[in-house]
Design a protein around this ligand. Structure first.
Ligand code: SF4
Length: 390
């Protein structure tokens, strides 16, 4: 029997609203927002970015997960993996008895028609959806509308004979799901992560090259059967929704210019399409932090969010370009006025730094958080800073 799919929640929004508020809201954050995003306590001033924290897609996904638990109290409820990239939220869901298919011992093949599976905000691959459908589970689809918009563009590219070049992280669930849409609609894809990989693609577009070396480089990032000779002649550009906007624009421009160089301005116009698929929430958070850095005299920046959260890492990159920046996963990373656990910008590992907060005198701290970070964590971080500076 095919799966029953809920895509618009379970009509229990009001029933879970109190629980969500208890778990994720913060009175101090609400107060700071009302007071022009500024907070003062003794020698400490905190400047909050004007857009931060839960985006509309995450808000909805977490809401639907709570509704699911409420609606099916006696059935096994699963997530395909992390619902969003925030350890605190994922742990809360575990605490409600929601199981993770990525955990040891769990497998899709063991699921049956009585099981309920929540699909995350960044979507799942076509293959996983088909697998779940075969098991006949009840599905709660929380895929964000902005991700669906990327898929729409990628499908259109595929149907029009364009190879999708996706500016994204090939290891990220959203990009894997997006890439699978291209294949499902008969197209090809290639994922590029940064300028260096874009340069390899541009070189091939302009001059051709060693096909095997090219495919070896993109072995995990290219669709099966991709032939760069044939499949880079018509290109459609898309982005993972949470990339750095400025970088995505540069990637697009580099590829467009390579197509112009290879085919001439007139011919290349029909061979290259681009749609900005960075979501508005990501864009708003990036714009807000740029404005904060420009307008406020902050001595250092704290960025709160999961280390595997793409949009949080990009907020930290923006901050790190002009200020000492500490990307922390949660408030407990603020160990003391002398010690902080954080992941340095561009690094893959957490480290502990000392002497991060000036021991005396006025201190101005800029604060923002990723789209998957609840306000209560921001509030707790502010409480710790207050304690350290008192
Ligand atoms: S970051 Fe953007 S695409 Fe991802 S869930 Fe939030 S709004 Fe949707």
């Amino acid at each position: 029997m095919p799966s029953l799919i809920f895509r618009k929640g379970l009509d229990l929004k009001h029933a879970v609203a109190g629980m969500l508020a208890d778990n994720y809201h913060s009175a101090i954050v609400e107060r700071i927002k009302a007071e022009d995003f500024r907070y003062r306590a003794g020698r400490l001033t905190v400047h909050l970015a004007r857009e931060f924290g839960f985006c509309y897609g995450v808000d909805r996904a977490v809401d639907y997960a709570y509704q699911t638990r409420e609606r099916f109290p006696d059935r096994s409820v699963f997530l395909t993996g992390e619902i969003i990239h925030n350890p605190h939220v994922n742990e809360k869901l575990r605490g409600m008895g929601i199981r993770f298919l990525t955990d040891a011992g769990e497998q899709i093949d063991a699921l049956g028609a009585s099981d309920v599976v929540i699909l995350p905000a960044f979507g799942v691959t076509v293959a996983m959806l088909e697998q779940l459908d075969r098991r006949g589970c009840t599905l709660i689809d929380t895929t964000c509308g902005s991700v669906l918009n990327v898929w729409k563009n990628v499908r259109r590219y595929a149907e029009g004979g364009y190879t999708s070049i996706i500016h994204g992280k090939v290891w990220h669930e959203e990009t894997q799901a997006t890439a699978s849409q291209a294949v499902q609609y008969g197209g090809k894809y290639l994922v590029v992560f940064d300028h260096a990989e874009t340069a390899i693609v541009c070189e091939y577009i302009r001059h051709g090259g060693d096909r095997d070396r090219f495919l070896e480089h993109f072995v995990r990032a290219a669709s099966p059967g991709l032939d760069p000779e044939r499949d880079l002649q018509r290109i459609g550009l898309a982005n993972q929704t949470t990339m750095l906007m400025t970088e995505s624009l540069e990637v697009g421009e580099l590829i467009r210019q390579a197509m112009v160089d290879r085919y001439g301005a007139e011919d290349s116009a029909g061979r290259y399409q681009a749609f900005d698929t960075i979501c508005s929430a990501t864009q708003d958070r990036q714009d807000a932090v740029v404005a904060l850095l420009r307008e406020q005299p902050v001595d250092l920046m704290i960025v709160i969010g999961g280390y595997n959260s793409s949009n949080t890492a990009n907020l930290a990159r923006i901050c790190g370009a002009s200020r000492p920046t500490f990307h922390i996963a949660d408030p407990e990373c603020l160990i003391s006025a002398g010690e902080i656990r954080h992941r340095p910008v561009g690094s893959k590992t957490e480290t502990t730094a000392t002497g991060w907060l000036p021991p005396a005198g006025p201190i101005s701290v800029g604060l923002t958080s990723g789209a998957s970070t609840p306000d209560n964590l921001v509030g707790a971080a502010i409480a710790r800073l207050t304690e350290f500076c008192s």
